[in-house]
Design a protein. Structure first.
Lengths: 162, 290
C-alpha cells in the first residue's frame, strides 16, 4: 500500500511522517516521532497504556490511525512535566507509590490530567470509575487512587492550577 | 496486532463522503469514533480496502431540540450524550446509558451513529434507541429516509443501512410530564459489555401506570422490547408488588440462548433483578414531577 506524507503536531512540535494509512498513532508516536513514553499494551483499546490527548481529549492512540491525527494537536506524557518539574499528578504518584514497573503510568497520567481539568473535585468512586479504563498489573490501584485524590486536592488549593 | 492495508479518505463534505461510498460500496467502511471498528481491524476481523473518515465533518455532531423530539447528530460522542444539559433533562435514559459505555477515554471518541451502525447486541445505545422508539435518519444517493430503531437493527452486527448510506442523525422523543427513565446493566468487570441490560420508560397517571416501555439488551440478536407484557399493566397501581410481578414476568418472557459461561437461568435471574431496579427508579423519577 502506498505511503502517505503526513504532518503530525505532537507536544507543539511538527513531525513530518511518511507512513502507510494503517499505521497506528501509537506506533507513529514511538517510531517516527521517537517519543517512547507512550506505551503499547494490548493494541485493541482495553489496557489504556497508550492513552494520549488529541485536542485535549484522552484517546487511545492504538485505536486511532496516524493519518487521522493530521491537523490535530497531540499531547503525550513527554509534555506533562514542565522544565523538569513534575506535574502535581506525577508528584502525587511518586509520593504515594502509585507505580512500580511504570508501564501503565503514562496512560494513567494522560487520562487524569484531562479528567482533573474537567472534574477538579472528584469523589473516590469517580476516580475508580475512570481508572477502570487503565490496567495496572503491579500496584493494585489503591495507591493510584490515593495519588489522584491527593493531586486533585493540591490542585484545588493552589490557585495557579485553577 | 496491526490492521491489513487500506486506503484512507477524508471527505470534506457529506456529498464527497456519499460519492466515495457510491464508488467503493462494500469495499469501503465508514469510520466514526472507531472504538469498535479499529479493534476489529487491528485483529483483522474487518479488512476494509477503503476507510472513509467522518471525523472532520462537524455538521454531523450536535444536539438540538425540534418540537417534542431531540435531534442528535450521528457523530455526537458518548461523553457529550452523557454531559449535555439538554440530553440529561429531555432524554435522561440516553444520558445515563451513555455514561456507562466502555471507559472514560473510549467515551471521548465513540459516537452515537457508530454504535448504532455497529449494532452489537450487548451495546447500550441500540437498546436505548429501540426502547424509546427513536428514528434514525439516513442519507443516501437518493436522499434522506427515516427508519425506526427496531427496523434499523436487523440482527447481530447487521443493520438496514445500505452500503451507500450514512447515518445523519437520530431523533429521540423528549421526556413527557410524569415520565421517568432508568437504565441498569450488569457486567462482570466495570466497562465490559453487559451480560444483560434494561432500559425503562414509565409514564404515570396519578399513581397508576399510563405507559410502560421495557427494553432488554444482551438477551437476543437485537434489543428486545416487551410491549405486550407492558401494555397489560396499563392502569395498574404503580407499587412494589406490580414491579415485582412485572419483573418476574419479564424474566419468563425472554428466550436467552445457552452460553458456556452464562446459563439461561442466570440470565433470567439478572433480567428479573435489573428490570425490578430499573422500574423502581423510573417510577421514583416520574413521581418527582408530581
Amino acid at each position: 500500500m502506498e505511503k502517505k506524507a503526513i504532518c503530525l503536531s505532537v507536544n507543539g512540535a511538527r513531525y513530518d511522517v511518511t507512513c502507510e494509512p494503517r499505521k497506528l498513532l501509537s506506533d507513529a508516536i514511538r517510531e517516527d516521532c521517537r517519543l517512547t513514553g507512550t506505551h503499547v499494551g494490548c493494541e485493541h483499546g482495553v489496557c489504556g497504556a497508550c492513552t494520549v490527548l488529541i485536542d485535549g481529549r484522552p484517546t487511545r492512540a492504538c485505536l486511532t490511525y496516524a493519518v487521522q491525527a493530521e491537523g490535530a494537536q497531540v499531547t503525550t506524557i513527554e509534555a506533562v512535566a514542565k522544565d523538569g518539574l513534575l506535574s502535581p499528578l506525577q508528584q502525587a504518584l511518586h509520593e504515594c507509590h502509585g507505580l512500580q514497573c511504570g508501564f501503565c503510568t503514562p496512560g494513567i497520567v494522560m487520562t487524569f490530567e484531562a479528567y482533573l481539568r474537567d472534574n477538579p473535585r472528584p469523589t473516590e468512586a469517580q476516580v475508580r470509575d475512570v481508572l477502570s479504563g487503565n490496567m495496572c498489573r503491579c500496584t493494585g490501584y489503591q495507591n493510584i487512587v490515593r495519588a489522584v485524590l491527593l493531586a486533585a486536592q493540591r490542585m484545588c488549593e493552589d490557585v495557579s492550577y485553577v | 496486532m496491526k490492521p491489513a492495508a487500506f486506503s484512507y479518505h477524508r471527505p470534506k463534505s457529506l456529498t464527497e463522503a456519499l460519492t466515495l461510498l457510491a464508488q467503493y460500496k462494500l469495499d469501503a467502511k465508514v469510520i466514526a469514533g472507531g472504538q469498535s471498528l479499529v479493534p476489529m481491524m487491528n485483529m483483522r476481523f474487518a479488512q476494509p480496502a477503503h476507510l472513509i473518515d467522518l471525523n472532520v465533518l462537524p455538521q454531523l455532531a450536535g444536539v438540538r431540540r425540534s418540537g417534542d423530539m431531540l435531534e442528535i447528530g450521528a457523530m455526537t460522542r458518548h461523553h457529550e450524550l452523557a454531559a449535555n444539559p439538554d440530553v440529561r433533562a429531555l432524554c435522561p435514559l440516553l444520558a445515563c446509558a451513555a455514561a456507562t459505555i466502555g471507559h472514560y477515554a473510549i467515551r471521548q471518541r465513540g459516537t452515537l451513529g457508530g454504535s448504532l451502525a455497529h449494532a452489537d447486541p450487548a451495546a447500550q445505545l441500540p437498546l436505548v434507541a429501540t426502547a424509546l422508539d427513536a428514528r434514525i435518519e439516513v442519507l443516501g444517493p437518493d436522499g434522506i429516509r427515516e427508519i425506526t430503531a427496531a427496523e434499523f437493527l436487523v440482527s447481530v452486527m447487521t443493520t438496514a443501512l445500505e452500503p451507500e448510506e450514512i447515518i445523519q442523525l437520530v431523533r429521540f422523543p423528549c421526556r413527557r410530564p410524569f415520565e421517568g427513565h432508568a437504565f441498569e446493566l450488569f457486567s462482570r468487570r466495570h466497562g465490559d459489555f453487559a451480560i444483560a441490560s434494561c432500559a425503562v420508560s414509565v409514564v404515570l397517571a396519578a399513581d397508576t401506570f399510563a405507559h410502560i416501555r421495557i427494553g432488554l439488551g444482551g438477551i437476543g440478536d437485537v434489543p428486545l422490547v416487551l410491549d405486550d407484557l407492558a401494555a397489560s399493566y396499563a392502569g395498574r397501581q404503580a407499587d412494589m408488588s406490580a414491579v415485582a410481578e412485572l419483573s418476574a414476568h419479564a424474566a419468563e418472557a425472554i428466550e436467552p440462548q445457552e452460553h458456556r459461561e452464562i446459563s439461561i437461568a442466570y440470565r433470567r435471574d439478572l433480567v428479573k433483578t435489573l428490570t425490578q431496579r430499573a422500574l423502581t427508579r423510573a417510577i421514583r423519577c416520574a413521581l418527582q414531577d408530581s
